[in-house]
Design a protein around this ligand. Structure first.
Ligand code: NDP
Ligand code: F7E
Length: 328
């Protein structure tokens, strides 16, 4: 297989300067990080909250696109959640994601958008894909049952980008980020991913003098964690430097067990108690380490190490989530 570096790097970078860039989902963790990062590119950032445009409504999406005429679209809006939300709300994760991405991608084609970036997820790959997972593992085996609904929707998003490229020549690209964390994360224990959930639980245990913190599952699954500011930087880099139909992996290239993650967070927070494993909760996929060779070949690598990133996220959590909770 030819690498993307051989086939898809444009001869000159796509300039964002002076462009109108719509970040759909700008209030989310990823969307807000991409808005912050675009602040350095000399473009006009366009945003519309759910109150203005419900992305599940095709007519609202097309009216917004007609009125605002973006040159570039970033699809960072989605129904997102951790293992529990994914497995208990399958209809929302499948329907919302299918409809949002179909509406935005189709409207972008109709409006003649020059470049579109679609965000997928590492959960699109087969549950037992060989590690580290290369991009060509897509659709080679069964999905992880806990998030198959979301994965199917994200695979459809990739195929939409590829089909509009093939039939209409649209420069629509897809990125597959690994598990993300950072400022703007969701700390609600019923819908969050593991890193913010453990940060909130461990911080509470420290403040309330609790002896133990509950961890779902066995603690043995491995996960790769990318700081959202690195993901935002990769997104801008790939808007400028990538024009291919391969959905590109974005990660750090190394992973940790959930137990190791909990120990790291405990060290950052200053919690010295125990962990208790609730094995009635699902482990999910045993491992999903991304192969980031194609991205490195194009010239981008992550910069924020896990400890530094967790420290940064913890500062944000204390300033924005805890402070808001204690002042209300
Ligand atoms: N978080 C992670 O670990 C990972 C995320 N990703 C991908 O990154 C992208 C962004 O995720 P993340 O920032 O974490 O998610 P968030 O939940 O933080 O943000 C999602 C955004 O989408 C908006 N949105 C959802 N539904 C609608 C709708 N019907 N109409 C308008 N806006 C809507 C939300 O609006 P509102 O604020 O009004 O709710 C919110 O701003 C997603 O595509 C996700 O799949 C990929 C891999 C890992
Ligand atoms: C990004 C990715 O995120 C999702 O996949 P996931 O990685 O399995 O999700 P997660 O972060 O919620 O869990 C990771 C691991 O951690 C364990 N775990 C321990 N204790 C807690 C805990 O307290 N909360 C959570 N959520 N998990 C916990 C948990 O049991 C699991 O073993 C996809 O659904 C999909 O949305 C997707 O794309």
């Amino acid at each position: 297989m030819a690498t993307v570096a051989e086939t898809a790097a444009p001869s000159s970078p796509f300039s964002l300067e002076g462009r109108r860039v719509w970040v759909a989902g700008h209030r989310g963790m990823v969307g807000s990080a991409i808005v912050r990062r675009l602040g350095r590119e000399g473009c006009t950032v366009l945003t519309a909250g759910r109150d203005r445009v419900d992305l599940r409504r095709q007519a609202e999406v097309e009216a917004w696109m007609d009125a605002e005429r973006p040159d570039v679209v970033v699809v960072a809006a989605a129904r997102v959640g951790g293992i529990l939300a994914n497995s208990t709300r399958p209809a929302e994760f499948l329907y919302d994601n299918l409809v949002i991405e179909a509406n935005v991608i189709h409207a972008a084609w109709k409006a003649g958008v020059s470049k579109l970036l679609f965000l997928g997820s590492s959960c699109i790959y087969p549950r037992l894909a060989p590690q580290p997972i290369t991009e060509d593992a897509l659709l080679t085996g069964p999905l992880e049952p806990t998030n198959q609904w979301y994965a199917i929707a994200k695979i459809a998003g990739i195929k939409l980008c590829q089909s509009y490229r093939q039939q209409y020549g649209c420069d629509f690209i897809s990125l597959m980020p690994t598990n993300l964390y950072g400022p703007g994360d969701n700390f609600d224990l019923t819908s969050s991913h593991v890193l913010p959930a453990l940060m909130a639980k461990i911080d509470r245990a420290k403040r309330e003098g609790l002896e133990a913190v509950e961890i779902w599952g066995s603690g043995q699954p491995r996960r790769e964690f990318l700081h959202v500011d690195d993901l935002a930087d990769a997104s801008v880099f790939l808007l400028q430097n990538y024009s291919g139909d391969v959905p590109l992996n974005v990660g750090v290239g190394s992973d940790v067990t959930i137990r190791e993650l909990a120990e790291l967070i405990a060290d950052v927070v200053g919690f010295t108690g125990r962990f208790v494993y609730d094995t009635s909760k699902p482990d999910g996929t045993p491992r999903k380490l991304l192969d980031v060779g194609q991205l490195a070949g194009l010239g981008w690598s992550a910069r924020i190490g896990l400890r530094d990133g967790v420290e940064n996220a913890y500062v944000w959590y204390r300033e924005h989530v805890l402070r808001a909770a204690t002042s209300s």
